[in-house]
Design a binder for this molecule. Structure first.
Ligand code: DX5
Ligand code: ZN
Length: 217
């Protein structure tokens, strides 16, 4: 299991030290939670840009960018400069399939992996037709917009269903789960077929980053 540590809960004072310690503790990615105050209530756009500036100058750990925004194209453009491992956009932010395919193609033209994220209440079947064209499905296991929420149990069924569909259709994409993940529910994530988990509060607020990350791996 790969671990993508969300930087949403990292406090700004001594954030550099925190990033160093998270890298030393073995995080596989830094998960950048970009919120615009429109698609979701909070606005983290300035803070996430600042964190990406720091991360770009101090580490080679890949960035896993999660755009919870309405004006998707302009945010894709402002994150290309960091050459992230992956840019993930929300299915629910698109007005139609054509717009989704435009975003997917644009991200890929920039040699960046593309992810599609679905909110808890979105039926996973809605994105089946996109699966051959994307690298990651980010299953929200909490309602997007905040860190520190509890995992919504019936999202686990969605992960298993997607994993089954992936196997039946010989598809290659990664399944990534995001929200409320900790050592209590990680085994359910693994059984359901997750390849990557996002964790913010569980890791960043822990006594020992390495133990917390290893407990998920
Ligand atoms: C929520 C974000 C998640 C969240 C994860 O909108 O997409 O990445 O920050 O944080 P925890 O692990 O605290 O739920
Ligand atoms: Zn996220």
């Amino acid at each position: 299991m790969e671990v993508s540590t969300s930087v949403l809960t990292v406090k700004k004072d001594n954030c550099i030290k925190t990033f160093y310690n998270l890298e030393a503790a073995g995080t596989d990615y830094f998960h950048i939670d970009v919120m615009d105050g429109k698609f979701v209530e909070d606005d983290t756009s300035a803070l996430m840009k600042e964190y990406c500036e720091y991360l770009n100058s101090i580490t080679n750990i890949p960035l896993d960018v999660h755009l919870m925004v309405s004006d998707v194209m302009s945010y894709i453009n402002s994150y290309l400069v960091y050459e992230p491992r992956c840019i993930t956009v929300h299915y629910e932010a698109a007005k139609d399939r054509e717009q989704l395919m435009n975003w997917i193609n644009y991200i890929k033209e920039n040699n960046i992996k593309v992810g599609i994220s679905v909110k808890p209440q979105t039926d996973i079947k809605e994105i089946y037709e996109l699966l051959p064209y994307i690298h990651v499905v980010l299953i929200m296991t909490v309602e997007p917009g905040k860190g520190g929420q509890a995992l919504i149990p019936d999202t686990i069924e969605k992960i298993s269903k997607l994993n089954e569909y992936r196997q039946q259709n010989n598809l290659e994409f990664d399944i990534e789960a995001d929200g409320g993940i900790n050592s209590e529910n990680i085994e359910k994530m693994r059984e359901a077929g997750c390849d990557i988990v996002v964790a913010g509060t569980y890791i960043v607020n822990s006594e020992n980053y390495k133990e917390a990350i290893n407990s998920l791996k």
